[in-house]
Design a protein around this ligand. Structure first.
Ligand code: NAD
Ligand code: TDX
Length: 341
């Protein structure tokens, strides 16, 4: 198969490329990524010279550029990871989220319509369902839970999902959508909770917990997410949405304390800062459908995954220290300065 993977220089996309090239060595991957602040070409160094891998620096909103790649590569499948992905940034500056996450998705699907495709897969998120109250642990997001978004980020992702389903119904585009919970693992950009806390703890810097830290997220090891998408591509039903989740709900504060424990750092580094605006309380996925239909189950327990992740950040300091010492420093000072850190 010829697979276009967009956003492959980011966290989940790069892990997906490694997963597919190992599992299906006969597949060819063409990675399209415009290398925003979140894209890191060095991440792809291990596969860059493989004959069945091609990297193209391209914005998915660039219609002519995308069409040209389709003419050259005749892809069988497109997996769209490319997105602006950080909720806090979407609160500061929504526009680029609308541009990449919505317009970019439509450009890719227009190319699929124009040149033909076996499958267009949209990588979406559990955030499209909004949030659940903390006092109703019996409630979960199902695939038919109404979309009810909170942030500009989740709204842009939900808009894209609706557009994907519209292209299926209106033009018969063979699509699938997956909505996954919070991922963690190697190569996650250090603006996100887990790598941010690891990097700060290692530098003995304050650990900024939003509000009381009681918000709950369902954490999934990134490789389990990649495996689920691969299964959907091979055996999923066209036109369907699949929820992906780890049944591993944790409070933010407990995650941060666990990181302190593993790194043998004092919990006194924790600082409660101003809460995120519109902060979702709890995400919880019911993954019954993907389990029953495709046999997917998460394989990495959180206690193992978090140890692997912390060890990866210890072993790959150069990768993230290059990031946190660069332009990211300005973002950090501005974002966390506003929150009172
Ligand atoms: P990320 O921010 O680490 O990576 C995004 C990648 O997309 C970067 O390499 C960036 O350069 C690229 N990109 C951004 N705009 C682009 C554009 N206009 N054209 C081409 N490339 C562009 O994101 P991530 O955490 O790997 O998330 C990947 C996808 O998975 C996103 O669609 C996100 O919404 C979704 N998702 C993420 C999580 C999570 O926990 N991280 C959970 C569920 C779903
Ligand atoms: O410094 C912080 N302090 C803090 O308390 C940061 C960065 C986060 N938090 C809290 C906010 C959230 O409740 O931790 C939780 C996790 O935050 P993020 O890592 O920013 O993730 P989240 O907002 O849950 O969204 C993530 O999961 C769903 C991804 O970034 C999205 O791309 C994905 O769709």
């Amino acid at each position: 198969m010829n697979i276009i993977v967009t956003g492959g220089a980011g966290f989940i996309g790069s892990n997906f490329i490694f997963y597919v090239l190992k599992k299906h060595p006969k597949d060819r991957i063409i990675c399209l990524d415009c290398l925003t602040y979140a894209g890191n070409l060095s991440t792809l160094a291990p596969v860059m010279n493989q004959p069945n891998f091609r990297f193209v620096k391209l914005d998915i909103c660039d219609r002519q550029g995308v069409y040209k790649i389709f003419e050259e590569e005749h892809p069988d499948v497109v997996v769209n990871f490319a997105a602006e992905s950080h909720v806090d940034r979407s609160i500061e500056n929504p526009e680029i989220f609308l541009q990449t996450n919505i317009i970019g998705t439509s450009v890719l699907m227009d190319a699929c319509r124009k040149y033909g495709i076996r499958r267009y897969h949209q990588v979406s998120t559990d955030e499209v369902y909004g949030d659940l109250p903390l006092d109703r642990p019996d409630l979960f997001f199902h695939e038919d839970t109404p979309i009810h978004t909170s942030s500009p980020y989740s709204t842009s992702k939900a808009s894209a999902d609706l557009l994907v389903m519209a292209y299926h119904r209106t033009y018969g585009l063979p699509v699938t959508v997956s909505r996954c919970s919070n991922n963690y693992g190697p190569y996650q950009f250090p603006e996100k909770l887990i790598p941010l806390m690891i990097a700060n703890a290692l530098a003995d810097k304050p650990l900024p917990v939003y509000g009381e830290g009681l918000n709950v997220r369902d954490w999934l090891y990134v490789e389990d997410h990649c495996k689920a998408i691969d299964m959907i591509l091979h055996n999923g039903t066209v036109g369907e949405v699949y929820n992906i989740g780890g049944h591993n709900e944790m409070k933010n504060i407990d995650i941060v304390k666990l990181i302190c424990k593993y790194l043998q750092k004092p919990e006194s580094l924790i600082e409660h800062v101003q809460d995120r605006k519109g902060h979702d309380m709890r995400y919880a996925i019911d993954p019954t459908k993907i389990h029953d239909e495709l046999g997917w189950l998460p394989e990495t327990m959180f206690k193992d995954g978090i140890r692997l992740t912390i060890q990866w950040y210890l072993d790959n300091r150069k990768w993230w220290e290059n990031i946190v010492n660069g332009e990211y420093q300005n973002y950090y000072n501005e974002m966390y300065g506003k929150k009172g850190l």
